[in-house]
Design a protein around this ligand. Sequence first.
Ligand SMILES: Nc1ncnc2c1ncn2[C@@H]1O[C@H](COP(=O)(O)OP(=O)(O)OP(=O)(O)O)[C@@H](O)[C@H]1O
Length: 238
Amino acid sequence: MTGPMLSVSELTAGYGRITVLDKISIEAGRFGNVGLFGPNGHGKTTLLRAVSGLLKPRQGRIVFDGEDITEATSRAIVKKGLIHVPQGNTLFPDLSIADCMALGAYSPRARPLEDENREKVLALFPKLRERWRQRVATLSGGERQMVSIGTALMSHPKLLILDEPTLGLAPKIKDELCRSVLEISKSGVPLIVVEQDVEFLLELSQHLYFLNHGQVETEIKPGESLGHSEIMAMYFGH
Ligand SMILES: Nc1ncnc2c1ncn2[C@@H]1O[C@H](COP(=O)(O)OP(=O)(O)OP(=O)(O)O)[C@@H](O)[C@H]1O
């Protein structure tokens, strides 16, 4: 593909009378992984929710894999292969890991690949095999995050969105998860990632957007190098 897999143009979205995203434009899936960063509350999650059909945009256009998905439902968007792992614990607590994986493979394009994808997920997260029949409610935070990402991989994503995948994890588990996310990327799945850990974000992303007040304040394209200190300066506004 020469063009971007995802193209968001002049998107405006918000909640009630509050406008969060103000004519924002980004693209993904052309130059490797996209990293989104910026201060808290400036629209990163809102942008991801609008892209995956969880929030209806007020204006603008979203094109994924050559199709206009601006008005599409989240269900239709999942079917097309755009998969979003939201921030926090959004799994059903009474389901087992096995149930979650089966649910992940529900869409018609993922169903024929269920066995193959399950083996890939278990190779990536061997802990899930040990706890295969265990209920989500009884898993640790790190294990739940593995289940969330594993379930998304069962959907056979063409583009995978991860919203703060390492949030709240203890250092050892976080390192393990970062390695797994890098493995997913190496396996050829393009990513859009929101992440507070600047080192990890820089290691993972070839293309970065700094979001401020619902707009892209700075775009860093592949080849335009940016260090940890410059990113921190952006966060703190100097
Ligand atoms: N469901 C909602 N109803 C009303 N306002 C909301 C809702 N969700 C988010 N907001 C508001 O929208 C703004 C942007 O929030 P958003 O979660 O997109 O920011 P963010 O950049 O992802 O922040 P963080 O890094 O803290 O997750 C915030 O002011 C937030 O309070």
